[in-house]
Design a protein around this ligand. Structure first.
Ligand SMILES: Nc1ncnc2c1ncn2[C@@H]1O[C@H](COP(=O)(O)OP(=O)(O)O)[C@@H](O)[C@H]1O
Ligand SMILES: [Mg+2]
Length: 328
């Protein structure tokens, strides 16, 4: 813990953003309340993304009522793998990633065997709001299981790593690769025990990692180095993230993306209150960068200019990118 506080204190001097500032100066200021459903409900996010021509994991079906649970068999069909998740869930809770069938039952990505009844019961819990923000009634969605690109084999344990980029008014400001661990049960959420690794915005090279509030350079399960890894399609991810501003209209978001072995970059979800740990993984405070973007916006406004996705990405890569590799 001491190491963590030392890091946090050191970052404070370098423009670290705390939760109060994030809420007051960014979430409340840039995110219109009426637009929240677009990001808080994963089914609506998906519909929007498809309309905008942005790729997402295919939706196999939606279950909205107890009665519709009878449709589960039909929705799954002959498929051996799929994912069940609450439409309004968060933090990886309530997500079941089925990787295979086993003697009439299902095998999850972390090796747990579950029966059909258990799945039905789980969906019923989702509907009652067990996993939804504020405990409201929810819907369950069944979707394509992402198969991570081979590049992640050596630095990931089971499950699917995701790439989180924080985007202010269409400008990506900070990026992090999140790697599942044995502890996180195949999910890439930090509070489930996944690792967060900073990413250089210009090159897509990984920096150092943070795990359970400690600084790390190796994956605890695979023991391979997590820094110095070149992420493929990096500019594609940057453009995808920047374009999510037009997709949802929210000015301050966390964009979660994955790299599927066959389908390439996909949007997993958008977040209106992105977490702050990304700063530790990048050894850099968010406000340093958000202020630079806000100054840019002021300047462009005075000149009556708005920038395209490509221009915005170029600006941030020039401004915040090319971080020298960590030493020691
Ligand atoms: N379709 C999927 N295929 C494989 N893994 C998934 C899929 N959807 C989610 N996951 C895993 O679960 C994690 C959390 O999923 P996400 O959709 O972001 O929900 P949450 O809002 O709970 O974070 C992802 O980071 C990923 O590791
Ligand atoms: Mg997520």
């Amino acid at each position: 813990m001491f190491g963590f506080w030392k890091t946090w204190k050191a970052l404070e001097a370098r423009g670290i953003m705390g939760i109060n500032r994030r809420n007051a100066d960014y979430v409340l200021k840039y995110n219109k309340r009426s637009l929240y459903p677009i990001v808080d409900d994963k089914i609506i996010t998906k519909e929007r993304a498809i309309k905008a021509g942005i790729h997402v994991p295919e939706l196999y079906g939606v279950i909205s009522t107890e009665k519709e649970i009878d449709n589960l068999d039909k929705i799954i069909g002959e498929r051996n793998d799929f994912v069940i998740k609450p439409a309004q869930g968060a933090g990886g809770d309530g997500i079941i990633v089925v990787a295979d069938r086993f003697e009439g039952r299902y095998r999850t990505v972390s090796g747990k065997i579950i029966g059909h009844e258990e799945l039905e019961h789980h969906i019923s819990s989702i509907l009652t709001g067990l996993y939804s923000l504020g405990g409201h009634r929810d819907r369950a969605l069944i979707e394509y299981r992402v198969i991570p690109d081979q590049i992640f084999k050596s630095i990931s344990y089971e499950g699917v790593p995701d790439i989180r980029i924080i985007v202010l008014m269409g400008y990506p400001v900070m990026a992090m690769l999140r790697l599942p661990t044995r502890q996180s049960g195949g999910k890439a959420n930090l509070h489930q025990g996944a690792i967060g690794v900073g990413v250089d915005l210009a090159t897509g090279q990984t920096l150092r990692g943070t795990w359970l509030n400690n600084i790390i350079t190796k994956h605890p399960d695979t023991t391979n180095a997590v820094d110095g890894v070149q992420l493929p399609y990096w500019d594609g991810f940057m453009n995808l993230a920047a374009g999510c501003y037009e997709l949802c209209g929210l000015g301050y978001i966390g964009v979660d993306m994955v790299l599927d072995q066959e389908k390439g970059p996909l949007i997993l979800e958008l977040n209106a209150r992105p977490g702050l740990n990304i700063q530790i993984a990048n050894d850099c405070g968010l406000t340093l960068r958000t202020h630079a973007v806000e100054a840019r916006l002021e300047e462009l406004k005075a000149r009556g200019i708005t920038e395209t996705v490509r221009e915005r990405v170029e600006f941030v890569q020039e401004m915040f990118g090319h971080i020298p590799a960590v030493e020691g």
